[in-house]
Ligand binder design. Sequence first.
Ligand code: AMP
Length: 468
Amino acid sequence: MSIGELIFNSTKESQNFEAIRYDNKSITYFDLNDKALSIASLLSKMGFYQSVIGIVGQKNLSPYVGLLGSLYAGCSYTPINTKYSNQRIKDILEACSIKVIIGSKIDLTPLLPIFEKFDVLIICVDGSIDYKNVESLGKRDIERAYPLSNPKEVDDNFIAYILFTSGSSGKPKGVQVTHGNVIAFILNMKKLYTLDKGYKASHTFDLSFDLSVCDIFFTWSNSGTLCVLPENEKLIPTDYIQREKIEFWFSVPTLASFMDKFDSLKEDIFPSLKYSLFCGEPLPILLAKKWSNSAKNSTVENVYGPTEATIHLTRRIYSENDVNSNFSNGIVPIGRAFDDHIIEIIDENDNRIPRGNVGEIVFKGPQISKGYLNDEKKTKAFFVNFIWDKSSDVWYKSGDLGFYNNDGDIECLGRIDNQIKFAGRRVDIGDIEYILRRYPEIDDLIIVPIRDENLLVKSLIGFTTNII
Ligand code: AMP
């Protein structure tokens, strides 16, 4: 089964529920499916099946319809953030051999020079479809884009999306995630959370961040409503949570920390919240305590995982007792793996080490992705077999340091490499240094992360031996 089929089947009985709320507007599952199946029909007519489609934009309806339409057409998608540099966009287009782009007029217009040679489908504000350069279709084909009756089938080993993360050599790494990986994640989540149809889920993440996949696909496979945070409330969404009566919250701890700095986390102000999940960077115990005090009906959960393991694969619920614990660095442990995954700790020679000792966190299970696009060498370095595992299963070497504590939970202690999290976003410091070193004025250079009292990175400072 594909993720498209899973969503299509789970929303059959929820056609009148709201699928997305954005900018005080909303659309139902009926409309979302209808528009996505129309896009899928056009892509099929244009001859695209099992191709990668570029999805441009955020915070309006188009990218959501576009990515679901791509999946319904049996294609994969890769998000293209409008804030990326032209060079990065070109790198992504080339790496994924993209031939067609989908987005809204407002997001696409400034980028059209880059997409000169590409087929472009434009989803207009009223939901109609416009196009540029599409030679395989005439205007009448577009006007008569009868929606497909069902999503196209694809094998669960086929790629659902490709997400690019920062690489140390100045080139982003494309992580290829299959339908099987995403479905395994959704089934794990469904076992853990009980939510009624039409429940409201926050959508704080940009589409180029893998945590957005949880927002979109978990919500849609549960007939919930994806509530897209408006731009002007993105940093302090306190009123938004209250106004929309959000039940399922998912963000990076940095956002909670920001709300806290603006004195937003007042006692019991989020009664609607039932589940609050934090991922992407360490969750300080004191921050978890403050959130828990603001959301008294909600669990507060630290979940952990890299893009390469499809969103997250461990979970630990914060408890009041954590405040008096001696967890490392005052951080909530990342907990235990989902039932169908195994986590081990290894030393620098790839040997498994006894519980309690610190080493690299490695894991295996159905969410482990296929590896990096067009980069066999890197894939082989991180997606490995271990001689102590007699099966031929592939393990992912996370590059994170950690250990199993006495409660059987894993505590994460940071990275073994030069990677940091900046507002939850994965940045390889080597990537920044690589780019800065291209300037002739810069000779020796070092970039240092500056952390706040919650140990979250708040800024980066660069030192160079030359005066610029
Ligand atoms: P990304 O691929 O952007 O999701 O980043 C994955 C990396 O973020 C992991 O390898 C960790 O270094 C870090 N990370 C994710 N979740 C957590 C967490 N709950 N606690 C600490 N670090 C985390």
